[in-house]
Design a protein around this ligand. Structure first.
Ligand SMILES: Cc1cc2nc3c(=O)[nH]c(=O)nc-3n(C[C@H](O)[C@H](O)[C@H](O)COP(=O)(O)OP(=O)(O)OC[C@H]3O[C@@H](n4cnc5c(N)ncnc54)[C@H](O)[C@@H]3O)c2cc1C
Length: 187
């Protein structure tokens, strides 16, 4: 959601005008469901992960409605073709030039087509069996990004959401012909 928010916030930029952005809003297995936050800068202590799931979705919808939220679908398969990727869910099939995988670091990972990139997580307790998708600076291969704990980061909210924001700015930079890009609102 952090990645989608930053991508959405570029809507006034000419290089983003023609881009279609979508997010599978599957929240059933998010770590946020059971989390309680007291140690995240900017979040009031006692903030629940569940409220972030709900408010994040509403924020995205309210500010950046051009980011399509695809509800009630689980991604089953991601396969590469010449122009980009085919994403198969339990209900439909989509095409995209760029894909960001941010489904968490549990070994319950079940998206077919990404098996070659699965390795033991480099920054988590071995006994837990967590995984990452091997990447360099979030890039797995051309057009295929990973964000959050699945990118190999430790499980802290600020790190996971920062990772999503980083990937968004990498994609915006790509859309902006390689010119380094960030999106800031100002007073
Ligand atoms: C109990 C608990 C307490 C915590 N407390 C703190 C804390 O106090 N401070 C702190 O900083 N951090 C805390 N954390 C950690 C923090 O919640 C995580 O670091 C963060 O949520 C990880 O983000 P993520 O994007 O990697 O994964 P997630 O937040 O798990 O997001 C993954 C998303 O992918 C979706 N998904 C999974 N599979 C598919 C699929 N096949 N197709 C489509 N979507 C899919 C899931 O439904 C979910 O929405 C806590 C975590 C837990 C579990």
């Amino acid at each position: 959601m952090s990645c989608a928010l930053v991508l959405g916030s570029a809507k006034e930029k000419p290089f983003a005008e023609s881009k279609r952005i979508g997010i599978f809003m599957h929240q059933k297995t998010s770590q946020l469901q059971y989390a309680l936050f007291n140690n995240v800068l900017g979040l009031a202590s006692g903030t629940t992960g569940q409220s972030i799931l709900e408010n994040g979705k509403a924020q995205l919808d309210e500010l950046y409605p051009h980011v399509e939220q695809i509800e009630g679908e689980k991604v089953l398969k991601c396969s590469r073709h010449i122009e980009g990727f085919t994403i198969k869910t339990n209900k439909s099939t989509y095409q995209s030039k760029i894909v960001v995988i941010a489904v968490g670091y549990t070994n319950l990972f079940s998206i077919k087509g990404l098996e070659p990139y699965i390795e033991p997580h480099p920054r988590a307790e071995k006994e837990k069996g967590h995984i990452w998708l091997k990447n360099e600076n979030h890039l797995i291969e051309n057009g295929l990004y990973v964000a959050g704990t699945l990118a190999g980061w430790r499980s802290q909210f600020a790190i996971a959401s920062g990772s999503g924001a980083q990937v968004a700015t990498d994609i915006l930079t790509l859309w902006n012909d390689g010119k380094h890009t960030k999106i800031h609102d100002k007073l």
